[in-house]
Design a protein around this ligand. Structure first.
Ligand code: TRP
Ligand code: SF4
Length: 442
Protein backbone atom coordinates (compact mmCIF):
# COMPACT_ATOMS: atom_id res chain seq x y z
CA UNK A 1 0.00 0.00 0.00
CA UNK A 2 1.44 3.42 -0.84
CA UNK A 3 0.69 6.71 0.85
CA UNK A 4 -1.96 7.70 -1.68
CA UNK A 5 -3.93 4.50 -1.15
CA UNK A 6 -3.67 5.07 2.52
CA UNK A 7 -5.14 8.56 2.52
CA UNK A 8 -7.91 7.43 0.20
CA UNK A 9 -8.69 4.64 2.62
CA UNK A 10 -9.23 7.13 5.47
CA UNK A 11 -12.72 7.71 4.09
CA UNK A 12 -13.76 4.09 4.41
CA UNK A 13 -11.89 2.97 7.47
CA UNK A 14 -11.92 -0.76 7.95
CA UNK A 15 -10.36 -1.55 11.30
CA UNK A 16 -10.69 -5.28 10.66
CA UNK A 17 -8.00 -5.23 8.06
CA UNK A 18 -9.89 -5.94 4.86
CA UNK A 19 -6.88 -4.97 2.77
CA UNK A 20 -5.09 -8.07 3.96
CA UNK A 21 -8.08 -10.33 3.39
CA UNK A 22 -8.04 -9.54 -0.32
CA UNK A 23 -5.13 -11.91 -0.63
CA UNK A 24 -7.46 -14.71 0.35
CA UNK A 25 -9.86 -13.80 -2.46
CA UNK A 26 -8.54 -16.39 -4.83
CA UNK A 27 -9.59 -19.14 -2.43
CA UNK A 28 -13.17 -18.22 -3.25
CA UNK A 29 -12.89 -18.59 -7.00
CA UNK A 30 -10.28 -21.31 -7.21
CA UNK A 31 -11.48 -23.62 -4.49
CA UNK A 32 -15.13 -22.75 -4.01
CA UNK A 33 -14.85 -21.46 -0.47
CA UNK A 34 -17.88 -19.25 0.29
CA UNK A 35 -17.40 -15.78 1.83
CA UNK A 36 -18.51 -15.74 5.46
CA UNK A 37 -20.40 -12.40 5.23
CA UNK A 38 -23.87 -13.72 4.42
CA UNK A 39 -23.87 -16.29 7.17
CA UNK A 40 -22.42 -13.76 9.63
CA UNK A 41 -25.59 -11.67 9.54
CA UNK A 42 -27.63 -14.62 10.71
CA UNK A 43 -25.70 -15.21 13.93
CA UNK A 44 -26.88 -13.38 17.01
CA UNK A 45 -23.57 -13.12 18.81
CA UNK A 46 -20.82 -13.93 16.34
CA UNK A 47 -17.33 -14.62 17.65
CA UNK A 48 -14.88 -11.76 17.38
CA UNK A 49 -12.97 -13.64 14.67
CA UNK A 50 -16.22 -13.60 12.68
CA UNK A 51 -17.05 -9.96 13.37
CA UNK A 52 -13.52 -8.93 12.44
CA UNK A 53 -13.46 -11.01 9.27
CA UNK A 54 -10.55 -13.07 10.49
CA UNK A 55 -12.83 -15.99 9.72
CA UNK A 56 -13.28 -15.03 6.09
CA UNK A 57 -14.84 -18.07 4.48
CA UNK A 58 -16.68 -21.32 4.95
CA UNK A 59 -18.01 -24.44 3.32
CA UNK A 60 -21.51 -25.58 4.24
CA UNK A 61 -21.75 -23.49 7.40
CA UNK A 62 -25.43 -22.64 6.75
CA UNK A 63 -26.52 -25.96 8.25
CA UNK A 64 -24.47 -25.23 11.35
CA UNK A 65 -25.89 -21.71 11.64
CA UNK A 66 -29.41 -23.18 11.33
CA UNK A 67 -28.64 -25.63 14.13
CA UNK A 68 -27.26 -22.88 16.37
CA UNK A 69 -30.25 -20.63 15.73
CA UNK A 70 -32.86 -23.36 16.14
CA UNK A 71 -31.08 -25.07 19.02
CA UNK A 72 -30.76 -28.33 17.11
CA UNK A 73 -27.93 -30.83 17.64
CA UNK A 74 -24.64 -30.04 15.95
CA UNK A 75 -20.97 -30.69 16.52
CA UNK A 76 -17.68 -28.88 16.29
CA UNK A 77 -14.43 -30.76 15.74
CA UNK A 78 -10.84 -29.91 15.04
CA UNK A 79 -7.44 -31.37 15.63
CA UNK A 80 -3.90 -30.53 16.59
CA UNK A 81 -0.72 -32.15 15.47
CA UNK A 82 1.43 -32.62 18.58
CA UNK A 83 4.78 -31.80 17.07
CA UNK A 84 5.88 -28.53 18.60
CA UNK A 85 4.80 -25.84 20.97
CA UNK A 86 1.30 -24.43 21.02
CA UNK A 87 1.27 -20.82 19.92
CA UNK A 88 -1.32 -18.16 19.19
CA UNK A 89 -2.30 -19.92 15.94
CA UNK A 90 -3.37 -23.02 17.86
CA UNK A 91 -5.21 -20.80 20.31
CA UNK A 92 -7.38 -19.52 17.46
CA UNK A 93 -8.67 -23.00 16.65
CA UNK A 94 -9.25 -23.66 20.35
CA UNK A 95 -11.19 -20.40 20.74
CA UNK A 96 -13.38 -21.41 17.81
CA UNK A 97 -14.04 -24.89 19.19
CA UNK A 98 -14.92 -23.47 22.60
CA UNK A 99 -17.22 -20.83 21.12
CA UNK A 100 -19.19 -23.47 19.23
CA UNK A 101 -19.36 -25.61 22.36
CA UNK A 102 -20.83 -22.60 24.16
CA UNK A 103 -23.41 -22.24 21.39
CA UNK A 104 -24.64 -25.74 22.27
CA UNK A 105 -22.51 -27.95 20.06
CA UNK A 106 -20.88 -31.17 21.16
CA UNK A 107 -17.15 -30.66 20.82
CA UNK A 108 -14.53 -33.12 19.59
CA UNK A 109 -10.78 -32.55 19.74
CA UNK A 110 -8.24 -34.83 18.08
CA UNK A 111 -4.64 -34.98 19.12
CA UNK A 112 -3.26 -36.05 15.75
CA UNK A 113 -0.49 -38.32 16.95
CA UNK A 114 -0.78 -40.57 13.89
CA UNK A 115 -0.02 -37.56 11.71
CA UNK A 116 2.81 -36.37 13.91
CA UNK A 117 4.33 -39.85 14.11
CA UNK A 118 4.03 -40.49 10.36
CA UNK A 119 4.85 -37.05 9.01
CA UNK A 120 7.22 -35.59 11.60
CA UNK A 121 8.67 -38.81 12.95
CA UNK A 122 7.92 -38.11 16.59
CA UNK A 123 7.74 -41.13 18.88
CA UNK A 124 4.38 -42.08 20.37
CA UNK A 125 5.66 -41.15 23.83
CA UNK A 126 6.70 -37.72 22.67
CA UNK A 127 3.32 -37.23 20.98
CA UNK A 128 1.61 -38.12 24.24
CA UNK A 129 3.74 -35.69 26.19
CA UNK A 130 3.29 -32.78 23.79
CA UNK A 131 -0.39 -33.55 23.28
CA UNK A 132 -1.06 -33.32 26.99
CA UNK A 133 1.45 -30.71 28.12
CA UNK A 134 1.04 -28.25 25.28
CA UNK A 135 -2.39 -28.77 23.79
CA UNK A 136 -4.82 -30.36 26.23
CA UNK A 137 -3.84 -28.17 29.18
CA UNK A 138 -4.23 -25.00 27.11
CA UNK A 139 -7.52 -26.21 25.64
CA UNK A 140 -8.97 -26.65 29.12
CA UNK A 141 -7.43 -23.41 30.38
CA UNK A 142 -9.10 -21.53 27.53
CA UNK A 143 -12.52 -22.81 28.60
CA UNK A 144 -13.21 -26.20 27.00
CA UNK A 145 -15.95 -27.88 29.02
CA UNK A 146 -16.09 -31.54 30.04
CA UNK A 147 -19.84 -31.83 29.38
CA UNK A 148 -20.33 -32.46 25.69
CA UNK A 149 -16.57 -32.43 25.25
CA UNK A 150 -14.55 -35.32 23.91
CA UNK A 151 -10.77 -35.38 23.52
CA UNK A 152 -8.78 -38.24 22.05
CA UNK A 153 -5.40 -39.32 20.76
CA UNK A 154 -6.01 -40.68 17.26
CA UNK A 155 -3.87 -43.77 17.70
CA UNK A 156 -5.62 -44.72 20.94
CA UNK A 157 -9.08 -44.70 19.43
CA UNK A 158 -10.21 -47.96 17.83
CA UNK A 159 -13.16 -46.05 16.35
CA UNK A 160 -10.79 -43.72 14.51
CA UNK A 161 -8.59 -46.58 13.33
CA UNK A 162 -11.63 -48.46 11.98
CA UNK A 163 -13.09 -45.40 10.31
CA UNK A 164 -9.69 -44.58 8.80
CA UNK A 165 -9.70 -47.99 7.14
CA UNK A 166 -13.24 -47.52 5.85
CA UNK A 167 -12.35 -44.07 4.50
CA UNK A 168 -9.44 -45.67 2.64
CA UNK A 169 -11.90 -47.78 0.71
CA UNK A 170 -13.36 -44.63 -0.80
CA UNK A 171 -10.11 -42.80 -1.58
CA UNK A 172 -7.79 -43.84 -4.35
CA UNK A 173 -4.30 -42.94 -5.48
CA UNK A 174 -5.46 -40.67 -8.28
CA UNK A 175 -7.58 -38.57 -5.98
CA UNK A 176 -4.98 -38.21 -3.24
CA UNK A 177 -2.49 -37.35 -5.94
CA UNK A 178 -4.70 -34.63 -7.32
CA UNK A 179 -5.20 -33.11 -3.88
CA UNK A 180 -1.74 -33.52 -2.35
CA UNK A 181 0.54 -34.06 -5.29
CA UNK A 182 1.76 -37.54 -4.34
CA UNK A 183 5.10 -38.81 -5.44
CA UNK A 184 6.47 -42.30 -5.94
CA UNK A 185 8.34 -41.84 -2.68
CA UNK A 186 5.35 -40.67 -0.64
CA UNK A 187 5.09 -42.92 2.37
CA UNK A 188 1.90 -44.94 2.81
CA UNK A 189 1.45 -44.05 6.47
CA UNK A 190 1.61 -40.38 5.60
CA UNK A 191 -1.44 -40.96 3.42
CA UNK A 192 -3.03 -43.10 6.12
CA UNK A 193 -2.70 -40.17 8.50
CA UNK A 194 -4.53 -38.02 5.96
CA UNK A 195 -7.34 -40.58 6.01
CA UNK A 196 -7.24 -40.50 9.81
CA UNK A 197 -8.04 -36.81 9.56
CA UNK A 198 -11.08 -37.64 7.44
CA UNK A 199 -12.04 -40.13 10.14
CA UNK A 200 -11.64 -37.39 12.79
CA UNK A 201 -13.93 -35.17 10.79
CA UNK A 202 -16.63 -37.78 10.28
CA UNK A 203 -16.58 -39.40 13.71
CA UNK A 204 -19.05 -36.97 15.37
CA UNK A 205 -21.72 -38.21 12.94
CA UNK A 206 -21.41 -41.88 13.89
CA UNK A 207 -24.31 -43.64 15.58
CA UNK A 208 -22.51 -43.90 18.91
CA UNK A 209 -22.24 -40.11 19.01
CA UNK A 210 -25.88 -39.52 18.15
CA UNK A 211 -25.78 -40.01 14.37
CA UNK A 212 -25.60 -37.55 11.49
CA UNK A 213 -25.62 -33.88 12.43
CA UNK A 214 -24.19 -30.67 11.03
CA UNK A 215 -20.53 -30.58 12.03
CA UNK A 216 -18.16 -27.67 11.62
CA UNK A 217 -14.40 -27.98 11.40
CA UNK A 218 -12.75 -24.65 12.26
CA UNK A 219 -9.33 -24.51 10.63
CA UNK A 220 -6.76 -22.26 9.07
CA UNK A 221 -7.04 -21.90 5.31
CA UNK A 222 -4.11 -24.29 4.83
CA UNK A 223 -6.25 -27.23 5.96
CA UNK A 224 -8.75 -26.91 3.12
CA UNK A 225 -7.41 -29.88 1.13
CA UNK A 226 -8.21 -32.12 4.10
CA UNK A 227 -11.70 -30.68 4.29
CA UNK A 228 -12.33 -31.29 0.58
CA UNK A 229 -11.14 -34.86 0.89
CA UNK A 230 -13.30 -35.52 3.95
CA UNK A 231 -16.36 -34.11 2.18
CA UNK A 232 -15.71 -36.25 -0.91
CA UNK A 233 -15.25 -39.35 1.20
CA UNK A 234 -18.39 -38.57 3.22
CA UNK A 235 -20.41 -38.35 0.00
CA UNK A 236 -18.99 -41.63 -1.28
CA UNK A 237 -19.69 -43.42 1.98
CA UNK A 238 -23.38 -42.66 1.49
CA UNK A 239 -25.68 -45.29 0.02
CA UNK A 240 -27.69 -42.64 -1.81
CA UNK A 241 -27.26 -39.33 -3.52
CA UNK A 242 -30.24 -36.96 -3.52
CA UNK A 243 -30.23 -34.14 -6.07
CA UNK A 244 -32.37 -31.67 -7.94
CA UNK A 245 -32.65 -32.46 -11.65
CA UNK A 246 -34.65 -29.69 -13.28
CA UNK A 247 -38.28 -30.43 -12.51
CA UNK A 248 -37.78 -33.52 -10.39
CA UNK A 249 -35.64 -34.83 -7.56
CA UNK A 250 -33.58 -37.91 -8.14
CA UNK A 251 -32.40 -40.40 -5.54
CA UNK A 252 -29.50 -42.31 -6.96
CA UNK A 253 -28.09 -45.48 -5.38
CA UNK A 254 -24.32 -45.59 -5.16
CA UNK A 255 -24.10 -49.08 -6.61
CA UNK A 256 -26.71 -51.53 -7.81
CA UNK A 257 -26.73 -53.48 -4.53
CA UNK A 258 -29.12 -51.03 -2.89
CA UNK A 259 -32.19 -51.76 -4.98
CA UNK A 260 -34.13 -53.19 -2.06
CA UNK A 261 -33.48 -50.06 0.01
CA UNK A 262 -34.44 -47.86 -2.92
CA UNK A 263 -37.83 -49.59 -3.03
CA UNK A 264 -38.28 -48.77 0.65
CA UNK A 265 -37.62 -45.11 -0.10
CA UNK A 266 -40.09 -45.09 -2.97
CA UNK A 267 -42.69 -46.75 -0.77
CA UNK A 268 -42.21 -44.34 2.09
CA UNK A 269 -42.33 -41.26 -0.15
CA UNK A 270 -45.35 -42.42 -2.15
CA UNK A 271 -46.91 -40.23 -4.87
CA UNK A 272 -45.46 -39.75 -8.33
CA UNK A 273 -42.22 -41.68 -7.93
CA UNK A 274 -40.74 -43.38 -11.00
CA UNK A 275 -38.47 -46.31 -10.30
CA UNK A 276 -35.48 -47.26 -12.44
CA UNK A 277 -32.67 -49.71 -11.95
CA UNK A 278 -30.25 -47.44 -10.07
CA UNK A 279 -32.35 -44.40 -9.28
CA UNK A 280 -35.83 -43.17 -8.52
CA UNK A 281 -37.22 -39.85 -9.72
CA UNK A 282 -39.69 -37.88 -7.67
CA UNK A 283 -41.99 -35.50 -9.56
CA UNK A 284 -44.54 -34.33 -7.02
CA UNK A 285 -42.39 -33.29 -4.09
CA UNK A 286 -39.65 -30.68 -4.38
CA UNK A 287 -38.75 -30.46 -0.72
CA UNK A 288 -35.17 -31.61 -1.09
CA UNK A 289 -34.50 -31.37 2.62
CA UNK A 290 -37.48 -33.54 3.59
CA UNK A 291 -36.59 -36.16 0.97
CA UNK A 292 -33.00 -36.20 2.19
CA UNK A 293 -34.24 -36.86 5.71
CA UNK A 294 -36.32 -39.84 4.59
CA UNK A 295 -33.43 -41.23 2.57
CA UNK A 296 -31.00 -40.74 5.44
CA UNK A 297 -33.31 -42.50 7.89
CA UNK A 298 -33.68 -45.51 5.60
CA UNK A 299 -29.95 -45.57 4.92
CA UNK A 300 -29.16 -45.67 8.63
CA UNK A 301 -31.82 -48.32 9.24
CA UNK A 302 -29.96 -50.43 6.66
CA UNK A 303 -26.58 -50.03 8.29
CA UNK A 304 -25.35 -47.00 6.34
CA UNK A 305 -23.74 -43.86 7.73
CA UNK A 306 -26.08 -41.21 6.32
CA UNK A 307 -23.37 -38.55 6.66
CA UNK A 308 -24.23 -34.89 6.27
CA UNK A 309 -21.29 -33.24 4.49
CA UNK A 310 -18.98 -31.78 7.14
CA UNK A 311 -18.75 -27.99 7.13
CA UNK A 312 -15.71 -25.82 7.72
CA UNK A 313 -14.78 -22.28 8.64
CA UNK A 314 -11.49 -20.78 7.52
CA UNK A 315 -9.49 -18.16 9.33
CA UNK A 316 -6.60 -16.19 8.02
CA UNK A 317 -3.26 -16.35 9.73
CA UNK A 318 -1.40 -13.80 11.75
CA UNK A 319 1.91 -12.66 10.38
CA UNK A 320 5.04 -13.48 12.27
CA UNK A 321 6.04 -10.79 14.77
CA UNK A 322 9.28 -10.29 12.89
CA UNK A 323 7.47 -9.53 9.65
CA UNK A 324 7.42 -12.62 7.45
CA UNK A 325 5.67 -15.85 8.30
CA UNK A 326 5.25 -17.19 11.77
CA UNK A 327 7.76 -19.97 12.02
CA UNK A 328 8.60 -22.39 14.79
CA UNK A 329 12.26 -22.13 13.86
CA UNK A 330 12.27 -18.39 14.66
CA UNK A 331 11.20 -18.05 18.32
CA UNK A 332 10.86 -14.25 18.06
CA UNK A 333 8.32 -14.67 15.28
CA UNK A 334 5.64 -16.27 17.45
CA UNK A 335 4.29 -16.23 20.97
CA UNK A 336 3.93 -19.60 22.63
CA UNK A 337 1.19 -20.06 25.19
CA UNK A 338 3.83 -21.40 27.54
CA UNK A 339 6.34 -18.60 26.91
CA UNK A 340 7.38 -16.90 30.14
CA UNK A 341 5.08 -13.83 30.18
CA UNK A 342 7.96 -11.38 30.51
CA UNK A 343 9.73 -12.87 27.52
CA UNK A 344 6.55 -12.70 25.48
CA UNK A 345 6.21 -9.03 26.43
CA UNK A 346 9.72 -8.49 25.14
CA UNK A 347 8.83 -10.15 21.84
CA UNK A 348 5.94 -7.70 21.52
CA UNK A 349 8.23 -4.75 22.23
CA UNK A 350 10.54 -5.99 19.48
CA UNK A 351 7.80 -6.71 16.94
CA UNK A 352 7.56 -5.09 13.54
CA UNK A 353 5.08 -2.20 13.49
CA UNK A 354 3.47 -0.09 10.80
CA UNK A 355 4.97 3.08 12.22
CA UNK A 356 7.16 5.63 10.48
CA UNK A 357 10.89 5.88 10.96
CA UNK A 358 10.73 9.18 12.88
CA UNK A 359 8.23 10.53 15.39
CA UNK A 360 7.67 13.72 13.39
CA UNK A 361 6.80 11.73 10.32
CA UNK A 362 4.41 9.53 12.24
CA UNK A 363 2.69 12.52 13.83
CA UNK A 364 2.25 13.99 10.37
CA UNK A 365 1.25 10.91 8.36
CA UNK A 366 -0.03 8.52 11.01
CA UNK A 367 0.87 4.84 11.28
CA UNK A 368 -0.31 1.89 9.22
CA UNK A 369 -2.16 -0.51 11.53
CA UNK A 370 -3.06 -2.77 8.60
CA UNK A 371 0.62 -3.53 8.23
CA UNK A 372 1.45 -3.74 11.90
CA UNK A 373 1.99 -7.02 13.73
CA UNK A 374 1.28 -5.35 17.07
CA UNK A 375 -2.10 -4.20 15.81
CA UNK A 376 -2.69 -7.74 14.61
CA UNK A 377 -2.05 -9.07 18.10
CA UNK A 378 -4.71 -6.73 19.45
CA UNK A 379 -7.10 -7.53 16.61
CA UNK A 380 -6.76 -11.29 16.95
CA UNK A 381 -6.18 -11.76 20.65
CA UNK A 382 -5.65 -8.93 23.06
CA UNK A 383 -8.61 -6.56 22.69
CA UNK A 384 -12.12 -7.97 22.90
CA UNK A 385 -13.99 -4.70 22.77
CA UNK A 386 -14.60 -3.57 19.18
CA UNK A 387 -14.94 0.09 20.17
CA UNK A 388 -11.64 0.11 21.97
CA UNK A 389 -9.90 -1.56 19.07
CA UNK A 390 -11.36 0.93 16.66
CA UNK A 391 -10.13 3.83 18.77
CA UNK A 392 -6.62 2.41 18.66
CA UNK A 393 -6.91 2.06 14.90
CA UNK A 394 -8.14 5.63 14.47
CA UNK A 395 -5.55 7.11 16.84
CA UNK A 396 -2.82 5.27 15.01
CA UNK A 397 -4.01 6.47 11.62
CA UNK A 398 -4.37 10.07 12.74
CA UNK A 399 -0.89 10.19 14.22
CA UNK A 400 -2.07 10.68 17.81
CA UNK A 401 -0.74 7.34 18.98
CA UNK A 402 2.96 6.56 18.84
CA UNK A 403 4.31 3.03 18.49
CA UNK A 404 6.23 3.09 21.75
CA UNK A 405 3.11 3.72 23.83
CA UNK A 406 1.06 1.35 21.74
CA UNK A 407 3.56 -1.51 21.96
CA UNK A 408 3.86 -1.04 25.70
CA UNK A 409 0.09 -1.36 26.07
CA UNK A 410 0.02 -4.50 23.93
CA UNK A 411 2.98 -5.98 25.79
CA UNK A 412 1.22 -5.47 29.11
CA UNK A 413 -1.95 -7.07 27.81
CA UNK A 414 0.07 -10.00 26.49
CA UNK A 415 1.91 -10.45 29.74
CA UNK A 416 -1.24 -10.50 31.84
CA UNK A 417 -3.06 -12.78 29.41
CA UNK A 418 -0.23 -15.32 29.53
CA UNK A 419 0.13 -15.08 33.28
CA UNK A 420 -3.53 -15.84 33.79
CA UNK A 421 -3.54 -18.51 31.09
CA UNK A 422 -0.62 -20.29 32.65
CA UNK A 423 -2.26 -20.25 36.08
CA UNK A 424 -5.32 -21.80 34.52
CA UNK A 425 -3.14 -24.42 32.83
CA UNK A 426 -1.85 -25.47 36.24
CA UNK A 427 -5.42 -25.73 37.55
CA UNK A 428 -6.33 -27.78 34.48
CA UNK A 429 -3.77 -30.39 35.51
CA UNK A 430 -5.94 -31.15 38.54
CA UNK A 431 -9.13 -31.23 36.46
CA UNK A 432 -8.11 -33.78 33.84
CA UNK A 433 -10.22 -36.49 35.48
CA UNK A 434 -13.39 -34.53 34.76
CA UNK A 435 -12.73 -34.86 31.03
CA UNK A 436 -13.03 -37.79 28.67
CA UNK A 437 -9.59 -38.17 27.11
CA UNK A 438 -9.16 -41.31 25.03
CA UNK A 439 -5.59 -42.46 25.52
CA UNK A 440 -5.34 -41.09 29.05
CA UNK A 441 -8.45 -41.98 31.04
CA UNK A 442 -10.82 -43.51 28.52
N1 TRP B 1 -3.68 -31.72 10.13
C1 TRP B 1 -3.98 -30.84 11.22
C2 TRP B 1 -2.73 -29.95 11.48
O1 TRP B 1 -1.72 -30.12 10.87
C3 TRP B 1 -4.35 -31.55 12.47
C4 TRP B 1 -5.63 -32.34 12.40
C5 TRP B 1 -5.74 -33.69 12.56
C6 TRP B 1 -6.95 -31.87 12.18
N2 TRP B 1 -7.03 -34.07 12.51
C7 TRP B 1 -7.80 -33.01 12.27
C8 TRP B 1 -7.49 -30.62 11.92
C9 TRP B 1 -9.18 -32.89 12.10
C10 TRP B 1 -8.87 -30.52 11.72
C11 TRP B 1 -9.70 -31.66 11.83
O2 TRP B 1 -2.78 -29.09 12.31
FE1 SF4 C 1 1.14 -0.39 15.13
FE2 SF4 C 1 0.40 0.86 17.31
FE3 SF4 C 1 2.43 1.76 15.84
FE4 SF4 C 1 -0.04 1.98 14.94
S1 SF4 C 1 0.81 2.96 16.75
S2 SF4 C 1 1.72 1.27 13.77
S3 SF4 C 1 -0.98 0.10 15.74
S4 SF4 C 1 2.33 -0.16 16.97
Amino acid sequence: MNRDDKSAATITIDPWGSTVIKDYGKLFEEFGITPFDAVLDRLQKPHKYMRRKIIFGHRGYDDVADAIINKKPFAVMSGFMPSGRIHLGGKMVMDEIIWHQQQGGSAFVAIADMESHAVRGLSWEKCMEIGLEEYILSLIALGFQPENGYIYFQSKSQVIRDLTFEAGIEANYTELSAIYGLQQSTRISHMVSVLAQSADILQPELGQFGGPKPTVIPVGADQDPHIRLARDIAARMRMFLVEHRGNYISVRARGSIYQEQMKQIALELGGDVREYEEHIDIYDNDDLHAIEEVVRRIEIRNGGYGFILPAATYHRFMSGLTGGKMSSSIPESYIGLTDPPKEAAKKVMGAKTGGCSTLEEQKKHGGMPDECTVYELMLFHLVDDDGQLRRTYDECRSGELMCGTCKKRAAELMESFLKEHQEKREQARGQLDEYTIVGINA
